[in-house]
Design a protein around this ligand. Structure first.
Ligand code: GDP
Length: 274
């Protein structure tokens, strides 16, 4: 692709054109060397306009309700005037060629909204892990004017650590569970968490969900805080019934205000970019 083409593509991204944004993300995910040159050119055009979003990492086991929650949270954030982008990072699509996050049927109401952008997982087989392309995709979304960026991943393997290393706030999504299962969550992940959300606190699962939340709150006391001056909240929600989602969004906004005000957001990004 010529320089003019990458300039045009960058301009279209900066104007918030979602198809151009998709094309640019495909470029940064590509392994072909000629695409790489073009991707670099697009990135260097748009980078001065990136950086002003809140980047939220969200992890949870398959079936925890990530896509249901992102729809609910995303639609609420849109209603509050945000522009929401969702990037899914699916380690299974890289390792096995299959997909745990069967993308096409997920987050359909959100994906239809013009102020939202939902991007399926990176193509299978990209070398070097999912992190570099996803980080660049975040910049592209920011340049396109999205200010609330959710990077979603499945809680298996190294991906959640990678996602935590490219986001401002790390959210762990759980479902109601018996206490000893909580111990299966890796300490390394616990130490990265800024917010814990227990989903499916409705119907028959409500009481168990509340107990899970209380036990997790207890367990977190033993873990050093990821973010100075921030006590990790544990929130019980039902994504299906849209219950507790406004509490979740307000908590995210409170976190953002705190880390922007204290300069921690900038410091974290500075460390991440090295
Ligand atoms: P993901 O694999 O983490 O993205 O999970 P999904 O969002 O696809 O949800 C998995 C299943 O849990 C689906 O059958 C959802 O309908 C169900 N689910 C999601 N959120 C809730 C909730 O708040 N309450 C209940 N009872 N079920 C839910």
């Amino acid at each position: 692709m010529t320089t003019n083409v990458s300039k045009d593509l960058a301009q279209a991204v900066l104007q918030g054109d979602r198809r151009a944004l998709s094309r640019a993300i495909t470029l940064v995910e590509s392994r072909r060397s000629e695409d790489r040159d073009c991707a670099e050119a697009v990135l260097s055009e748009v980078l001065p306009n990136a950086g002003s979003s809140l980047r939220i990492g969200l992890t949870g086991v398959p079936g925890a309700g990530k896509s249901t929650l992102i729809e609910s949270l995303g639609n609420l954030a849109l209603a509050r005037g945000h522009r929401v982008a969702v990037l899914s990072v699916d380690p299974s699509s890289v390792v096995g060629g299959g997909s745990i996050l069967a993308d096409k049927t997920r987050m359909v109401t959100l994906a239809r909204k013009p102020e939202a952008f939902v991007r399926p997982s990176p193509a299978a087989g990209r070398s070097g892990g999912v992190a570099p392309a996803t980080r660049e995709a975040v910049y592209l979304c920011e340049a396109a004017g999205f200010d609330f960026i959710i990077v979603e991943t499945v809680g298996v393997g190294q991906t959640e650590l990678q996602v935590a290393s490219m986001t401002d706030m790390f959210v762990l999504l759980l479902q109601p569970t018996a206490g000893d299962e909580l111990q299966g969550i890796k300490r390394g992940v616990m130490e990265l968490v800024d917010l814990v959300v227990v989903n499916k606190c409705d119907g028959d699962l409500a009481a168990l969900g509340q107990r899970t939340a209380a036990e997790f709150q207890q367990a977190l006391r033993l873990v050093p805080a990821h973010t100075v001056g921030w006590t990790v909240p544990v929130i019980a929600v039902s994504a299906l019934l849209d219950e507790g989602i406004d509490d979740m969004l307000m908590t995210i906004e409170r976190f953002e205000k705190g880390v922007r005000g204290s300069g921690q957001l900038d410091r974290r990004r500075h460390v991440q970019s090295r």
